[in-house]
Write a protein that binds this ligand. Structure first.
Ligand SMILES: C[S@@+](CC[C@H](N)C(=O)[O-])C[C@H]1O[C@@H](n2cnc3c(N)ncnc32)[C@H](O)[C@@H]1O
Length: 402
């Protein structure tokens, strides 16, 4: 992470002034992404897709959701078998970005599983108006399908049964930063500096807060994770997912029962909090370029961090989500029929070579081990009280060679 001083836009200087001039990094990240008028997502300035600031799996084209729909259809049938025939099943897309995941999922279900759609509603949970407007426009063609927008507050007063999907949303939740200096752990904060009548942002170190101490204790006592690891170099820094518990608490209050599928960059604690990972995992994206200068361009770029698998599981379980399993995206998609799809594209290539090549490239990008293929598919479940116990693994967790 590049810690050099950067210019601060006027809107952020005003907020920083009001907050006393120094805020924890997590507050800076929240403003940079979600401040109602100027945040990168809320203003709608950030674009997802091949011609935007960064790509996500569904934004590449229909292929990702065509495969995902096979897993979703299995879950729908399972939920249907445990509830009244005419009950509505909700598919909840949390943090829908451009709306691509819901868009292509509806298209895939319409094409391959139309009989399942009659009892389904799609619920998009989006906190930022700029994104919500674009999602509404994108999903306009599906006027025959039940689609609504909601938020966790509203959903928790009327919880639903269904399938929750959190695709590349938890990596955008604000994180706290910690840094090891002169044998002591500090909280990294962002400070507003005025120099020659211009405003700048700079990282400074401050005392750990109660929330951060609680997180560190939880990781150590319940999981045996030592943060920082033994013998860190001076300046070792990383991030803590101190806001995840609030998120899971709300998610849990919205879902009566059904699976939660998280798809995101994630890694094991031993890799996350190791001595050689000197600067954590934070990265920012703008115009398809990654940068480690996280303070630069607030309100114009994306900021994301990896998840830590063990702390994620602990927090999920503390909020009544049962961990079912996790797998890399490459293997998950193979289990859902990726190679059969590649074969069928190959055999139809003579009809439309250009389309076949682009579909083939999209599929390969989804499983590329140095890119989207490294994503983890992580499944939790909130079991229904009525459900007959089903110990069989979901399709994406089965061995693709079986
Ligand atoms: C990286 S994008 C997600 C991309 C999208 N899921 C996809 O697959 O293309 C993050 C999205 O989450 C939204 N968001 C951020 N924080 C959120 C929160 N706490 N609840 C719901 N949506 C949130 C952002 O506005 C944005 O639409």
């Amino acid at each position: 992470m590049n810690c050099s001083r950067v210019k601060c836009p006027v809107w952020l200087s005003d907020l920083m002034h009001e907050a006393g001039g120094t805020v924890p990094f997590s507050q800076f990240m929240d403003w940079a992404l979600n401040e109602t008028q100027y945040g990168s997502y809320s203003s709608g300035k950030l674009r997802i897709g091949k011609t935007g600031d960064f790509v996500t799996s569904p934004s590449l084209g229909p292929e990702f959701c065509e495969l995902l729909s096979i897993q979703i259809s299995e879950w729908i049938i399972e939920i249907e078998s445990n509830c009244n025939k005419h009950s509505t099943i909700s598919i909840i897309d949390i943090g829908p970005g451009e709306g691509d995941l819901t868009y292509y999922l509806i298209a895939a279900l319409e094409a391959s599983f139309p009989h399942l759609l009659s009892n389904i509603e799609f619920v998009l949970v989006e906190i930022n108006d700029g994104m919500r407007m674009r999602q509404k426009k994108k999903l306009m063609p599906f006027n025959n399908v039940k689609i609504r927008w909601s938020n966790f507050g509203e959903l928790s007063t009327n919880p639903v049964t269904g399938i929750m999907i959190a695709h590349e949303i938890l990596d955008a939740l604000p994180v706290d930063r910690i840094v090891w200096l002169n044998n002591k752990l500090y909280l990294q904060c962002v400070k507003l500096i005025n120099h020659l009548d211009a405003n700048y942002l700079e990282l400074i170190n401050s005392k750990l807060t109660g929330k951060v101490n609680n997180f560190l204790n939880l990781a150590k006592k319940q999981l045996g994770i030592q943060i920082p690891p033994k013998n860190p170099r001076n300046g070792w820094s990383s991030e803590l997912h101190t806001h995840l518990n609030d998120w899971f608490k709300l998610a849990s209050s919205c879902l009566l029962n059904g699976p939660l599928l998280i798809i995101d960059y994630a890694m094991e604690a031993r890799r996350y909090y190791q001595t050689s990972r000197f600067e954590g995992t934070l990265i920012s994206y703008r115009n398809q370029k990654a940068s480690n200068n996280i303070l630069a361009d607030p309100g114009l770029s994306d900021i994301t961090s990896h998840l830590c698998l063990e702390t994620l599981n602990l927090i999920a379980e503390n909020n009544n989500f049962k961990f079912i399993g996790e797998r890399r995206q490459g293997l998950s998609l193979l289990s859902l029929g990726l190679s059969e799809k590649l074969n069928s594209i190959q055999s139809s290539a003579s009809d439309n070579l250009e389309l076949a090549l682009s579909r083939r490239e999209n599929l390969l990008r989804l499983v590329d081990p140095i890119c989207l293929g490294e994503f983890r598919w992580i499944m939790y479940d909130k079991p229904s009280k009525k459900a007959t116990s089903n110990n069989s693994l979901p399709l994406f967790l089965l061995d693709p060679l079986d």
